[in-house]
Design a protein around this ligand. Structure first.
Ligand SMILES: Nc1ncnc2c1ncn2[C@@H]1O[C@H](COP(=O)(O)OP(=O)(O)O)[C@@H](O)[C@H]1O
Ligand SMILES: [Mg+2]
Length: 398
């Protein structure tokens, strides 16, 4: 989905740019289109737009040295990600909740000649961190290539506008640069999502880009040289047979940073509550504070099933096939809040999250259902103060 939308927006921006330079283009039409864009708020604004004020405040107060073409110093980028309070009292909200060192290493890598690979199981905020890093470093998180088994080389290098190619032959005008090529030319951060899903030979087109910092265009006898400030952030899932698929030549161009699962229940509840609050605000859902106990139960269930043992370490349980990541807990709670707000009294209760939990846990209708029933009867049923939760889960599981 991301791929489709980012490709679509790439094309739109390319078209807009050409049209603006074309003499036949009417200014009035341009104004209407731009006006419409300004009026209707985006369903999900890019990080650089959603947090424009924080980024501006950081830039204004940041007196540390900035690498060439960076909008902020590495210190300010780390503060943007981890949160903090600036000298003038501006509060920077934490985007990533996790070890500070991880963020420091990631940011520092981007200032070197090595690219950054964010690795981890699904839902550990790889995409999220990548977007915010690009936003803070380059002010633009949209130079994005979505990796899939079908990602073609053109998505990493360049393609052609066939109408122009046929009409005028190969020329710079007919060339359609990839997000990576644009990042090279402008000294920006390019993002490659799910790198290890991309076929090996297509991945390898990144080798020259990352080692020589140049992109040859043999059809024109030209090349695009990367400008200082260019770098790449890739993400990869270490459950997809993963890094094994990354050729060693390519792996050497990357510094790998592993994003861990949240270390404690408290940390995970904090992440979920924060994100749900943010998402909920954009959907006009009720505030979280009253629902925080319900969030704790969702997170506890997810962690126990993921770890294969209860929180007190006493009871072994089987793990279902789904990932049950923090990201999934966030979506279960968000849907629960929506239910509570549209069909309940606005307070998040067990009945609002039960169906979501069931959906997340039972991926394989046969095996997972048995695991879930066992967990319900052996663990949830016996737990003090969880009667309402047990009943709600029983109701949706029947
Ligand atoms: N440690 C964390 N700090 C902040 N947000 C997190 C954390 N872990 C997960 N999330 C949230 O989980 C959601 C999904 O993360 P995402 O970047 O899509 O995961 P991944 O790309 O690793 O599969 C995001 O909304 C993100 O905010
Ligand atoms: Mg991702």
């Amino acid at each position: 989905m991301e791929a489709a939308s980012s490709e679509a927006s790439d094309q739109t921006s390319a078209t807009t740019r050409t049209e603006t330079s074309a003499p036949a283009h009417s200014a009035a039409a341009g104004e209407t289109a731009a006006g419409r864009e300004a009026e209707a708020p985006a369903l999900r604004p890019h990080a650089e737009d959603a947090f424009a004020e924080e980024l501006a405040a950081l830039a204004a107060q940041d007196d540390r040295p900035r690498p060439e073409r960076w909008l902020l110093s590495p210190w300010a980028v780390a503060t943007y990600l981890l949160g903090g309070t600036l000298a003038d009292g501006t509060v920077i909200t934490p985007k990533y909740v996790g070890p500070r060192r991880i963020v420091e290493v990631a940011v520092t890598t981007l200032a070197t000649d090595r690219a950054l690979l964010l690795l981890g199981v699904p839902g550990t905020a790889k995409t999220w961190v990548s977007e915010h890093l690009a936003a803070a470093v380059s002010g633009d998180s949209t130079l994005l290539v979505q990796g899939t088994a079908g990602t073609p080389e053109e998505a990493i290098r360049y393609g052609w506008n066939y109408a122009r190619l046929l009409a005028h032959g190969p020329s710079r005008d007919a060339l359609v640069p990839s997000p990576v090529m644009r990042a090279m030319a402008d000294g920006m951060t390019a993002r490659v999502e799910e790198l290890t899903r991309i076929p090996a030979d297509v991945q390898d087109s990144l080798i020259t880009i990352l080692s020589e910092k140049t992109l040859p265009i043999p059809e024109l006898g030209q090349e695009t040289q990367a400008v200082r400030g260019f770098n790449v952030i890739a993400t990869a899932n270490d459950r997809d047979r993963g890094v094994n698929e990354l050729s060693s030549a390519l792996r050497r161009r990357f510094n790998t940073v592993v994003l861990p699962l949240p270390e404690s229940v408290d940390a995970e509840v904090d992440i979920v509550a924060r994100r749900v609050e943010q998402i909920g605000r954009s959907l006009d859902l009720p505030a979280v504070p009253e629902g925080v106990e319900e969030i704790r139960r969702v997170v506890t269930v997810f962690r126990e099933l993921r770890d294969g043992v209860t929180a007190d370490g006493r009871t072994k349980i089987k793990s279902p096939s789904g990932t049950l990541s923090t990201a999934e807990a966030i979506s279960v709670v968000t849907s629960g809040l929506a239910l509570a707000s549209h069909f309940g009294d606005g307070l998040l209760r067990a009945g609002d999250v039960a169906a979501g939990i069931l959906g997340a846990v039972v991926r394989d209708p046969a095996a997972d259902r048995v695991i879930w029933q066992e967990y319900l009867e052996a663990v949830v049923r016996e737990r003090d103060g969880w009667k309402d939760f047990y009943r709600a889960c029983r109701e949706v599981s029947a």
